[in-house]
Design a protein. Structure first.
Lengths: 510, 483
């Protein structure tokens, strides 16, 4: 045994061990592949594993001279399966892309490949990133390693569960309304949505173009900064990406002296579980102890943000997903008599219920006669939400809230109630509407399940957000690891246990 | 019954001939094997994003400025949503309520009347791919199968929308003809109509003459022939008048023109029941136009055909018709001015350029300025004519020899013995001989049959194979007969 503990090892530490020759890429990769072998049958984090390729690539890195290795050489990484990767099937969690092999690689992924990361596999997600529990995947339900009866959150639940379970050192997710931060919160890890435009979206299979951002899911804030540094920056293939005026720094700060933290009362209204509220308030006290000042304030249009989001995101999605028409690639229904039937059956059979729901909502919201009442109105709300933040940042350096109003919920408990599911993202959605950076870090447990603490900053204040997060992380001292317990064991089934993720896509057709 | 007047508006699509497509770096091509100029962006692969082609924006801005439009300081791309196999994203990136440019105008001639048509807007968008339907119908309905060539997909397009200011089918045709010449002059498209690089939709309604209200219009879509446009409009106007005079109502619908029968018929309305669900394209940021850059583009605009026609009239004393014919096309206009620049009479240069020279380039299928007849050579020939060294008819022969032998006109005149005979002594001798040999005609002439002068002149020309200076011969004959 290597003595490496995949449940605690950080990327910063792994990098040091590699550079100093205390471990090898091969050993490091094997550590995660072993953990996958031990737990993936319970967790189902991966849609597709690239174990052999990962081991082979790690061996190649070990043969290279240190000088020619990339900055992230040999670090085993999980990639959410909605970032296209040349030659590697990329599904977006959808049957319609079940056998789709991309012809190019997403910029964020390519940048990591350029630094010689080892890709362990492709992680599960809600279909086209639409969901908050990873239950909307066409292939499998991912389980939360803290309690296998609960969800890992979503839509980046696969990457979050993999990192939490020690099945990956770290990974990439995407966040449209909380899809990185909420699963990070539910899985007890760090997750960050960068400022809109900080990371190229080229090759990210679009859900809602004006809201989507790629970001890191990691075990520590320092890891988060390290990964972000290597994916951020302007990309000529993405007109909405931005040349960052700074380099992302790996934070070392442990004090918060002079920083003003705003606590929006609207984010602590109904629906926040007592345990979540307690951990949150304890964390506020820690901030004060570190020299920060916390003060209640208002983001007065918060109550409309969720509604606006559920117009804007589906509207964009209805157009973004229109390209999946069976003509050029992906799934095509067989035996259609004419073009219209081919379209209808391909999309009827290829998309799952939540995706269809959102396509219908979005199509309706953009329809002639309804556009102003829905899409137009939602854009106005979006502007107001953004202005709320702008005004707040006159008085505060950072804004903090619980990431999710609740801890991980039981598998199946919200699937019949979309509105309850949508509430999972009440504290994260306004941040996407405003395009701001925000990180979620673990701040303790409630009923044995992790609670997340969200820190929101001004646009392009990633370094400040990360510095603060690092200080809070140190004060919280969250050092517990998931136990893979199953609170429903003996009470009921947890689904198709033992199904190896390697075959997840095939299982759908079975 | 009232008099009816037609009201016509046009939407013109121009394919820009940039090096690459509107939103990706695939090369524009024509005639290459299908699907050889494609990429993840123009095939709408998952995750691919559009990036605006700056050159296309510049080309579109040239068109907007040439049409006297106001280029908007900020303009926005929208998504126009509909499913069709030639549209891989299932939306076309186009512009909607914040287009590149608005409120222009274009002046054009119909016969000797100058007309002005207001331009509503000029906007940018991308072209669809090309569908080929297998089977007899040639349309997607009823075809055995259809294939898509994505080479054309994503070609930059400019759409020019006029106000309904055009008052007759003939005016519509002239408007398009002169607009096309203007766009060609801008160097942004060759506007080849057969290849569909310029095509248009026409809206047509009728109203009682003098009324200012607009009637219900019908639309003729996707035409690329001036003649068919005029025919279609000429058949649609009486149809609408007939419906209205019978107390009926015009349906707002899209019509198909059948050149075989010369009539219009409605397209199935279901094909047209589109709700395009326009919304701002979130993958692109709004274009913020730098005023200084717009002025640079404006300053670099070439002289446009309308201005050039005016200048030719003033500077060279040409008729409007001649000035227009020479001024409309850039290459011909430049050739003409090169001829004039050699120092020949502008009117004679105009006649030769529009006559023999244009016929030659048309027949040879070359652009003016290309080929063996250079401006210098044509000018040399014109000088020979105006200087009296060759007759007009002999000069036509010289022109023909220029094409065959690629030599200087003066050398050809000499080689083929085509020089004009202006030697007074020699010609006087010929005339004297003729008078002596034609006593009957001489008597008749002197008795008052003066038209016989033509007989004598003709005989001399015949004897000299047309080379005699006709003016001189005329004088000599008159002198001999009245002596």
């Amino acid at each position: 045994m290597s003595g490496l503990d995949p449940l605690r090892l950080t990327a910063v530490e792994a990098k040091r061990l590699l550079v100093e020759g205390e471990t090898s890429a091969t050993e490091l990769t094997k550590t995660y592949l072993d953990q996958i072998a031990a737990h993936e049958g319970d967790v189902h984090a991966f849609i597709q594993l690239c174990g052999e390729e990962a081991a082979r690539y790690a061996a190649r890195i070990d043969q290279e001279a240190t000088a020619v290795r990339g900055a992230l050489a040999g670090l085993p990484t999980a990639i959410k399966d909605n970032m296209v990767t040349e030659g590697v099937v990329t599904t977006a969690g959808s049957r319609i892309l079940q056998n789709y092999t991309p012809v190019y690689t997403a910029t964020a992924v390519r940048k990591l490949f350029d630094q010689h990361i080892v890709m362990l596999g492709r992680t599960n997600l809600d279909e086209f990133a639409m969901g908050s529990s990873t239950e909307n995947s066409a292939f499998q339900v991912t389980r939360n390693p803290w309690d296998l009866a609960t969800v890992p959150g979503g839509s980046s639940g696969g990457t979050a569960a993999a990192v939490a379970a020690g099945e990956a050192l770290w990974g990439l997710g995407s966040d449209t309304g909380g899809s990185i931060r909420q699963p990070a919160s539910l899985c007890g890890i760090v997750g960050m949505k960068p400022t809109y435009g900080a990371v190229s979206r080229y090759g990210l299979i679009a859900f809602a173009s004006s809201l989507d951002q790629i970001g890191p899911l990691t075990r520590s804030v320092a890891d988060c900064a390290l990964l972000l540094r290597h994916i951020a920056g302007y990309d000529e293939c993405d007109s909405t990406s931005v040349r960052l005026p700074f380099e992302v720094e790996v934070p070392t700060a442990d004090r918060l002296d002079g920083l003003r933290f705003g606590v929006p009362v609207e984010y602590l209204a109904e629906g926040v579980e007592p345990g979540v509220r307690a951990r949150f308030e304890e964390t506020l006290r820690l901030i004060e102890e570190l020299g920060g000042r916390c003060q209640e304030m208002h983001l007065s249009h918060t109550e409309y943000a969720l509604a606006a989001y559920y117009i804007i995101a589906p509207a964009e999605a209805s157009a973004n997903l229109a390209r999946f028409d069976g003509v050029r690639y992906g799934y095509r229904a067989a035996g259609a008599e004419d073009l219209l039937e081919m379209y209808e059956r391909t999309r009827g059979e290829g998309f799952g219920p939540e995706v269809k729901r959102r396509i219908m909502i979005g199509t309706y919201a953009l329809s002639s006669g309804y556009y102003e009442a829905y899409y137009g109105q939602a854009q106005k709300v979006r502007r107001l939400v953004k202005e709320d933040f702008g005004a707040a940042f006159q008085d505060f350096d950072l804004i903090v809230s619980p990431t999710s109003p609740t801890v991980a919920f039981k598998v199946g408990s919200r699937t019949q109630d979309p509105l309850a599911m949508y509430q999972s993202d009440a504290c994260t959605i306004p941040v996407n509407l405003a395009g701001l950076p925000a990180v979620s870090i673990p701040c303790g447990l409630s009923d044995g399940l992790p609670v997340g603490f969200q820190i929101i900053g001004r646009a392009f204040s990633e370094n400040l957000v990360l510095r603060a997060a690092h200080a809070v992380e140190g004060a919280v001292g969250f050092d517990t690891a998931p136990t893979f317990r199953d609170s429903s064991a003996g009470v009921g089934s947890i689904g198709p246990g033992g199904l190896c993720a390697q075959d997840a896509r095939e299982a759908v057709d079975a | 019954m009232p008099e009816w007047e037609p009201v016509i508006g046009l939407e013109i699509h121009v394919e820009l001939q940039t090096k690459t497509k509107m939103f990706c770096s695939c090369a524009l091509s024509f005639g290459d094997p299908p699907n050889t100029h494609t990429c993840p962006v123009c095939l709408a692969h998952p995750g691919a994003l559009p990036v605006v082609n700056k050159r296309a924006v510049e080309f579109a801005t040239r068109i907007a400025l040439a049409l006297d439009c106001t280029v908007q300081p900020r303009n926005v791309f929208h998504r126009k949503n509909y499913f069709y196999p030639d549209l891989p994203k299932a939306y076309q990136i186009s512009q909607f309520d914040e287009p590149l440019a608005v409120e222009g105008s274009f002046s054009y001639w119909v016969g000797d009347e100058q007309h002005t048509c207001r331009i509503n807007r000029v906007h940018m968008e991308e072209d669809a791919a090309k569908l080929v339907h297998a089977g007899e119908s040639g349309r997607i309905a009823g075809s055995e199968y259809s294939v898509v060539d994505f080479n054309r997909g994503g070609t930059p397009l400019v759409e020019i929308v006029t106000e309904p200011d055009i008052g007759s089918p003939a005016a519509a045709r002239e408007f398009l003809n002169q607009l096309r010449a203007t766009v060609m002059e801008l160097g942004v498209s060759d506007c080849n109509m057969e290849e569909g690089r310029v095509r248009w939709d026409a809206n047509i309604s009728v109203r009682p003459a003098g009324s200012t209200e607009l009637g219900v219009r019908t639309e003729l879509k996707n035409m690329n022939s001036f003649r068919f446009l005029q025919q279609a409009l000429e058949s649609e106007i009486p149809r609408q008048v007939g419906v209205l005079e019978a107390g009926g109502r015009i349906e707002q619908e899209t019509l198909h023109f059948d050149p075989e029968t010369g009539t219009t018929s409605p397209l199935r309305s279901k094909e047209e029941a589109h709700d395009y669900r326009y919304f701002p394209e979130p993958d692109l940021v709004p274009l913020v136009m730098d005023p200084a850059w717009i002025e640079e583009v404006r300053a670099a605009l070439p002289e446009l055909p309308a201005a050039r026609t005016q200048r030719f009239m003033l500077q060279y004393g040409l008729s409007r018709y001649d000035a227009f014919l020479l001024g409309e096309s850039g290459p011909l206009a430049r050739f003409y001015e090169q001829v004039v620049a050699v120092g020949v009479d502008p009117k004679a240069a105009a006649n030769w350029t529009m006559g023999e020279y244009l016929a030659y380039t048309n027949e040879a299928g070359i652009d003016p300025g290309q080929g063996f007849v250079t401006a210098e050579r044509l000018a040399a020939l014109v000088k020979l004519v105006t200087g009296g060294a060759v007759s007009f008819s002999a000069a036509k022969d010289v022109f023909r020899f220029m094409l065959e032998e690629h030599a200087e006109p003066a050398d050809l005149v000499e080689k083929h013995g085509l020089g004009q005979i202006s030697d007074q002594t020699a010609l006087a001798q010929l005339v004297a001989d003729l008078v002596a040999a034609s006593p009957e005609e001489v008597a008749a002439y002197r008795a008052g049959k003066e038209q016989l002068i033509g007989f004598f002149v003709g005989q001399v020309m015949k004897t000299t194979s047309g080379r005699a200076n006709p003016k001189l011969v005329n004088e000599l004959v008159r002198a001999a007969l009245t002596a």
